[in-house]
Design a protein around this ligand. Sequence first.
Ligand code: GDP
Length: 197
Amino acid sequence: WCSSDSVVSSTESAGEPVEPRGPYRVLLLGASGVGKTAFAGIFAGAADSMDSDDSELCGDETREKMIEVDGEPASVTLLDTWDSETGVEWAQECYMPTGDAYLLLYSVTDRASFLRASELRITLRRLRPAQHTPIILVGNKCDLVRRREVSVSEGRTCAAVFDCKFIETSAAMQHNVWDAFHGIVRQLRLRRDSKEA
Ligand code: GDP
């Protein structure tokens, strides 16, 4: 798949960057076990869908769906095909630039996954040097209070350093997960509108 057209970001055509009106390609990135599959499952579920029939499975781990954000519909393709453990260099270089926006997950119960998120952010910055690429740093599993290894303020500080938004979520409790999806659509729209202005 590395050599196919899908490698080309939908934000690029004939050399001129064009802001997509959708479907927006949102990539889930993060270490193994942080909750990417759980996020994809919530996205795929009926909750918050304008019409569950609109949800379409496009591949093993890819789902396209129409969601409503601030009264305006948005078509989002969520990709959960990232496996950071087997994500060898070439796969990173090919897959990572294909997103319009990124949810960068770590688990608040796993400091190594927090460090991995920082590494991925640095790789993203190299592969997507354009400013204002919509990225949200997501600290998942905030329900596991006693097993917490990464504090809220560490997450917030890291996001500030890396110039991206931050949110803590619990996929298990379905807490803030839709806020993360909505937040990324809002950022995509802001970027689109600022380019159109
Ligand atoms: P992935 O490898 O990033 O896709 O991670 P998964 O979505 O497969 O999640 C790994 C494990 O963590 C599974 O057992 C999930 O049920 C669990 N999990 C995911 N999100 C949460 C969460 O917010 N809270 C808790 N307590 N467990 C979670």
